[in-house]
Structure formats: C-alpha cells, structure tokens
Design a protein around this ligand. Structure first.
Ligand SMILES: [Zn+2]
Length: 435
C-alpha cells in the first residue's frame, strides 16, 4: 500500500474500519473512522437498508506511539427500505467495540491484563488510557470474569490450603473484615476467595462445589482457626487435616507480640514508640534464633533486660522457639516429643498468653503432626499471601468484595491470558554502552 489512507489503516489495525482522517493535539491522536460496510441488509427482512444520518461516537483505543488515542467513529444509522417492516431503524455495531463501551475490545483486554496480571492500580491504567476509573473497572469485569470462570483454570486438587487474609482493615464503623483464600497447594494457585472467615462462609462455599471435586481432595491445610475446622467438617471430612508450619509458627509469633504489647504498656504506660527498648527489638523477637547473628542476639537480650522486668516476654520468646523446634525434624516420632515438650512448657507458664498458646497447640496436636505424616510442604500460601497483598496495596482500600475477588484471582489464580504478540528482538548495536 502506498496511499495515506492505506498506511493509516495498517497502523490502526482494526478490521472492518476505514480511516477518514488523522489529527493530533499535544495530548492525543484522534483517528476518525467509519465501518467498511456500505451495503447492509435489514436484520428482520433482509431488504437492502437505506443510510440515515451519522452519529459521532468517541472511543478510547490503545495508546499510539506513546500518546493516548481517540477513535472518532462516525457511526451510521440505517433504515429499512420497507416502510411496513418492524425493524424501522438501527445503529451499526462492531465486534471490536462493545455496545455503549468507551474502550475498544483490545484496549479493554490490555487494561485487564495490566490490572490483573501486572497488578497495576486501576487509577493508573485509567489515567494512562485517558478514561475514568469506572471505565477501566468495567472493562476488567467484562474481560476478566470469563478468564476467572474458565473451568479449565481449576483442576482437581489434591492438597487444599485454606487461609485467612484481611479484606478491609478496621475503621470507625466496622471491625476488620476478613476474606478466606482457597489455594491449590500443589499447583500454587489461588482457587477462590470468599468473603468472611466464619465456619458458615466456608461451608456455603463447599456446598456449591462439585461433590466429585470435593472427594478428590486428600489433604486440607488450614491455620489454627476453629471456624475453619468446623467449616470443612461437613464436606471435607474424608481428608487429612494439616496445620501448616507457617500458621503454627505465626500463632507463636502472635503470642510473642501480644506479651510484648502488654508488657510495654504495663511498664511504660503507652504503646510502643521508636526509642522504647521492646519496640526496638520487635522484629528480632520474631526471627528464628538460628537466623540471628551474635550482634542480633546481644541486642535482643539487652532490650529484654531493659524492658522486660519479670521475664514474661523472654518466656514467650522461649515458647515460640520451642514451637519452631517442632520443625527441625522431619520424623513424626521426634516431632511428637518436641510438640509435647512445647505444650507442657507453655501450659505450665504463669503468663496467660503463653498458657493460651499451649492450649491451642494441644487442640491442634494431630493436625500439627499430620504435617510430618503427610510431608505436605509449607510455602505456597505464604507466597500467595504476598500476591494478595500486592493487589491490596494497588487498590488502596477496596469497598466492593466482588471487584477485590476478581482482581486477586486474575493476579494469583493461574489465569490463562490470551496470547499476545511476541515480536522478534531487535538487538542492540552497542552492547558495551548499555552494560
Ligand atoms: Zn426490514
């Protein structure tokens, strides 16, 4: 092709459209287009239609050479030549531009990929394209829902992980609102996300699943929450329940944190501040003792000496280390002995928080040891939690759970994204300059 219109159409690359004009401003490229359909039949009776007036419709497309692009579509209205026909008149449509949409299909698909796969904030994508927040979110719902609902996304699952994440942090009007993530531990993907962390929420979800799918689950790994234990009792009773090491250690870490906050408050009368001895060692207290070097150890002991007059926090730290010890071995027998030791040690303690940790451990004994029995690995949920956090950060506070679920599943749900072009690489001509 060598005429200007042909060149413009090759650049535009939208089938079924013809370029009428191209103009540019400092902030965008405007491409005026019309469809190539010059002969149209009436959808009712098939009689050749007569062209009526045109209507200008402005649509956003993918940015063009670094500038946002505006398509100005001179949309035709058609009228049936047969005056008695019911079709009367209609406006033309195009599969490339959904009815009433502000984004072309390809721009909507790309926006969905950026929000889902790359976890970019909706507002950033919206600004980049030159549309408002809702336009992008609508596109993400339109293009993302079929990807998430694709039955091929989730296969039969052998090991199911159930984990709680916070959905909305507490405000003046409500407590922290939680969501429950369901994870394929072998495939390392998020299967689904449900609102709430109560037994009933989980039971309801199980109730909507295919019984054959539920039957195929062999191992269920949860954190130490009674609600999850009750939630799966009905539908997943045949499975081996495992308390994942990550969650068991987290329960011990929370005990350390609780004691630290209380001792802090009792000794200094306020919440931890930057210079307070216990606040300064809060991270050291939670890392495994084998990960601390000599300096770390010294700093921690110094902080405890200055801020923990009755050795309560030291007791909690020792209890936490005894819980971590359970995972030093892979053998069930040894683990059982170590767990027993941890439980007895905790339950004998004078500090209420540590006793309560001991009781939790006792209630979950068999689940904790099932980790050693099944050799189920720890890690996937932890990794997925990071993905979930990335989405939460990019959303800066969600209000609609359905949107949140969609975006989290698009990001961490193992979605098969539509194939994208993979251009041949153009090699650099001066490799050493770039290095
Ligand atoms: Zn007609």
């Amino acid at each position: 092709m060598n005429d200007a219109t042909g060149l413009a159409e090759a650049l535009l690359g939208l089938d079924g459209f013809r370029v009428l004009a191209v103009s540019e401003t400092l902030d965008e490229v405007c491409v005026t287009v019309e469809t190539t359909a010059d002969v149209v039949g009436c959808p009712r009776c098939g009689v050749r239609a007569l062209a009526k007036e045109r209507k200008r419709v402005d649509i956003r497309d993918l940015p063009c050479f670094g500038r946002p692009a505006r398509l100005i579509w001179m949309k035709r209205r058609w009228r049936c030549a047969d005056l008695d026909c019911d079709a009367k008149s209609w406006t033309e449509g195009s599969p490339q531009v959904p009815a009433r949409a502000l984004l072309t299909v390809r721009a909507g698909a790309e926006a969905t990929r950026q929000v889902g796969e790359l976890a970019l904030p909706v507002a950033v994508v919206a600004k980049e394209l030159g549309v408002c927040w809702w336009t992008v979110m609508d596109a993400v719902v339109r293009h993302g829902t079929p990807l998430v609902d694709d039955p091929a996304r989730v296969d039969y699952v052998r090991a199911l992980g159930i984990d709680e994440t916070s959905f909305l942090s507490a405000t003046r009007d409500h407590h922290t609102i939680y969501a429950t993530g369901l994870v394929d531990l072998d495939g390392r993907i998020l299967i689904d996300m449900i609102e709430g962390n109560a037994a009933a929420d989980l039971r309801r979800w199980c109730g909507t699943q295919d019984p054959l799918w539920l039957e195929a689950v062999e191992v269920v790994a949860t954190d130490l929450a009674e609600s999850y234990r009750r939630g799966i009792a009905e539908h997943l009773d045949h499975t081996v329940r495992v308390a994942e090491p990550f969650h068991v250690v987290r329960a011990a870490n929370r005990c350390v944190d609780k004691v630290r906050r209380r001792v802090q408050n009792e000794t200094l009368g306020h919440r931890g501040r930057k210079a307070d001895p216990l606040y300064r060692i809060r991270k050291l207290l939670l890392s495994g003792s084998e990960r601390l070097d000599e300096r770390g150890h010294e700093r921690m002991l110094l902080g405890l000496r200055r801020g923990d007059p009755h050795d309560e926090l030291l007791g909690a730290w020792l209890a936490k280390e005894s819980v971590r010890d359970i995972y030093l071995t892979e053998r069930v027998g040894e683990a059982r002995v170590l767990l027993r030791k941890a439980i007895v040690g905790c339950k004998d303690d004078e500090v209420a928080e540590i006793r309560s940790l001991g009781e939790t451990l006792e209630r979950w004994q068999s689940e904790i040891l099932n980790h050693h029995r099944t050799g189920a690995s720890n890690g996937p949920t932890e990794g997925l939690n990071l993905c979930v956090k990335r989405i939460k950060r990019s959303g800066r506070g969600f209000s609609c759970f359905e949107h949140y679920r969609l975006r989290v599943l698009l990001h961490a749900g193992g979605v098969t994204w539509p194939r994208r072009p993979s251009p041949p690489r153009i090699r650099t001509r001066a490799p050493y300059f770039n290095a």
